[in-house]
Design a protein around this ligand. Structure first.
Ligand SMILES: [Zn+2]
Length: 669
């Protein structure tokens, strides 16, 4: 035991003694894995004073400076707004309840609202089955008042040297907090910024788990503010459906837990058991009805504007990478990119030749569309009164996004039946015999931020809530009804609540900030349930191309080589060879990737240097590895040396193995 750990133990011992002596204004919950302590301050304000297990104290006086537990914004029918936090009001009462399932603390505060009184309650319990603490908030409201926004629960934890922060952006992201002095991550769920409902911190193998297990996938923002300490909270836009008979409650709990085995253990024991029992996570790949051609795909390429260059690139890449290479075709429409949505027709001249070429090779093509945006300058927008169908902000102005094309693209509210029909119609036309696509890609659905909507004429309660998830689910399940045999639908990114609605997911986006490394949180939960393809769309011709394709393979996704025209250039020869060999290797690992499951990362010992990689935010070991369990329960380690130099690493059995530059290797355990 080192000196710091000894001091921590003494501090914990003194806290226990102190707690026993003064019980009246101190409250705590404790089991073998976690202790949470609260204290009523001199001004009768409730503070979280401690959060620890046998190894580590996460909250100390250093991290407590700005500590408050909740903040609530309320509004009445005369548009008066009040904001209260647990720093502003005295704790009125605290109650302790114990039963077979949980130990529970209930805290109560009174707030004053235009001479009327409301009450705020917070429940913190320890679940005896999972060892997780569960935090919930609810209010009693006077007539005419509603809650519009909450921050809850807010915890400030220490940022000791070596601490990492994990978010579920895309694949998952790991932030080394030693290098970050100021970062404000606002992670909207569901979106590519937060594809799952968890944020974790890890110090050595000690982990703090902050998650919601919300089976309805309600809109919410996970907030992580990194300064001298780290403030974690959930920013909640309320739905007006959450107030009934003057009682308001948030329809999920926040789970906070501590372990001493790290992120992979927390995901296996806490998050995955929740995830695989949700509407989206129940079925494995083998239980879904996914066309064989998609399941067996190892490599995708992207096509551009139909023309001689694209046709030449198509011919060359089919020959070089094989006729089983699949094509995701971006510029197939006669309209410009991100303009005139959803008017895609007719296709560009010669697009039919491209489709024919791909089909005659025995391969497949999936054109691009956008499932979320409606260009407000289109005829259809006027004709179908699109303005009635789009998302309204709280101030009732339309939510319009402008991208590089400069077109005013309104975000359509997914509860719109008009939009449902528009999407089903253009998808049907793309899939019919005339255009003959093998699938349709809908941009943004599992990527772009979900939004609250305040249009009172829409078929959903105004504000946040779960309508975004359920309404999009309905639209794309309706699209599924027009799919014929061997046709698929795909979308951008991997927000978890859509993994059962689409067949495959394009992993195009990077996490926020400058200092991060991708981490395979999503595959640790869903690698046996979702087919992903690609890894960050930008493709510089350098070592980053090799590293990201190595991770694509190791983490179970289908490879994505980017634009097919890239491979027309001799300068791409080295990376093209690397990609082709990876594709060949991947085709022999389907017992792991189709129905098997990733269970962890593996970094081999031996000659495995940390490399600085161009166009990549953080250094990486030359040889990366991943541990998988196959469909029939056998474990294997996959290794990839993405470097151009050879490296001799040590296998788990102690034997040395030379991996040439770009070589992949499988070791059966
Ligand atoms: Zn709406």
């Amino acid at each position: 035991m080192n000196i710091q750990k000894t001091i921590t133990c003494l501090l914990l011992l003194s806290w226990f003694i102190g707690n026993n002596l003064v019980a009246q204004d101190k409250y705590s919950l404790s089991n073998d894995d976690i202790t949470i302590a609260f204290e009523k301050s001199n001004q009768d304000r409730l503070e979280i004073t401690d959060l620890f297990n046998k190894n580590k104290r996460w909250i100390t006086p250093d991290s407590r400076d700005t500590d408050f537990l909740w903040q609530v914004t309320l509004e009445n029918d005369k548009s008066n707004t009040s904001v209260y936090s647990s720093q502003m009001v005295k704790l009125k009462e605290a109650k302790e309840t114990k039963n077979d399932k949980e130990d529970l603390l209930t805290f109560e505060w009174e707030i004053s609202l235009s001479k009327l009184t409301g009450k705020v309650y917070v429940d913190v319990s320890l679940n005896k089955r999972t060892s997780l603490s569960e935090w919930s908030i609810y209010l009693d409201l006077p007539d005419g008042w509603e809650v519009t926004n909450l921050l809850f629960p807010i915890i400030n934890v220490d940022k000791e040297e070596g601490t990492k922060l994990y978010t579920s952006s895309g694949w998952g992201a790991e932030y080394n907090l030693d290098k970050i002095s100021n970062l404000n991550l606002q992670l909207i769920y569901p979106s590519s910024r937060q594809t799952m409902q968890l944020v974790c911190m890890q110090d050595g193998s000690d982990l703090l788990y902050y998650a919601t297990h919300d089976e309805n996938a309600n809109h919410k923002t996970f907030s992580a503010r990194v300064g001298s300490s780290v403030e974690l909270s959930t920013d909640i836009t309320a739905s007006n459906d959450w107030t009934k008979n003057n009682k308001f409650s948030v329809p999920w709990k926040v789970s906070i837990g501590l372990n001493d085995k790290g992120i992979e253990d927390a995901i296996a024991n806490w998050y995955r058991p929740f995830a695989i029992n949700t509407i989206w996570g129940t079925k494995t790949l083998l239980e879904k009805d996914i066309p064989e051609w998609l399941v067996s795909t190892d490599l995708w390429l992207h096509g551009g504007r139909a023309g001689k260059d694209e046709m030449d690139a198509l011919t060359k890449t089919l020959e070089y990478f094989g006729n089983d290479t699949k094509y995701h075709w971006y510029y197939w429409s006669s309209h410009e990119f991100d303009v005139d949505y959803p008017d895609y027709f007719p296709p560009r001249t010669d697009y039919d030749k491209i489709v024919n070429k791909i089909h005659s090779a025995g391969s497949r093509v999936m054109p691009y569309t956008n499932g979320r945006l409606w260009d407000t300058t289109t005829v259809a927008y006027q004709k179908l009164a699109g303005a009635n169908e789009i998302v309204l902000r709280k101030n009732l102005t339309p939510y319009v996004e402008v991208y590089a094309s400069k077109a005013p693209n309104a975000v359509v509210c997914p509860t719109s039946t008009v939009w449902n029909d528009v999407v089903v119609d253009f998808a049907s036309r793309l899939l019919d015999e005339k255009i003959n696509s093998d699938g349709v890609y809908f941009d943004q659905i599992a990527s772009a931020r979900s939004l609250p909507c305040y249009n009172e004429n829409h078929n959903h309660p105004v504000g946040g809530g779960d309508f975004w998830h359920f309404a999009n689910r309905e639209i794309f399940n309706n699209v599924r009804k027009v799919l014929k045999k061997d046709q698929i639908i795909a979308t951008e990114q991997n927000a978890e609540c859509f993994i059962d609605v689409f067949d495959t997911f394009l992993m195009g986006n990077r996490p926020m900030g400058a200092e991060w490394a991708p981490a395979p949180l999503f595959p640790l939960v869903y690698s046996d349930r979702a087919i992903l393809y690609g890894f960050y769309l930008h493709n510089p011709n350098d070592m980053s191309f090799r590293l990201k394709n190595a991770l694509t393979l190791l983490w179970g996704a289908q490879l994505n080589g980017g634009r097919s025209v890239l491979y027309a250039s001799d300068s791409w020869q080295n990376n093209a060879t690397f990609l082709r060999e990876m594709k060949e290797f991947r085709s022999k690992q389907h017992d792991l990737f189709v129905g098997g499951r990733m269970i962890g990362e593996f970094t081999p010992e031996g000659d495995n240097p940390l490399l600085t990689v161009e166009s990549w935010p953080t250094p990486s070991n030359a040889v990366r590895g991943a541990k998988w369990i196959s469909v029939d329960g056998k474990e294997a380690i996959l290794l990839t040396n993405f470097d151009t130099n050879s490296h001799e690493i040590v296998l788990p059995n102690g034997q040395k193995q030379l991996l040439k530059g770009g070589e992949c290797y499988r070791y059966n355990l």
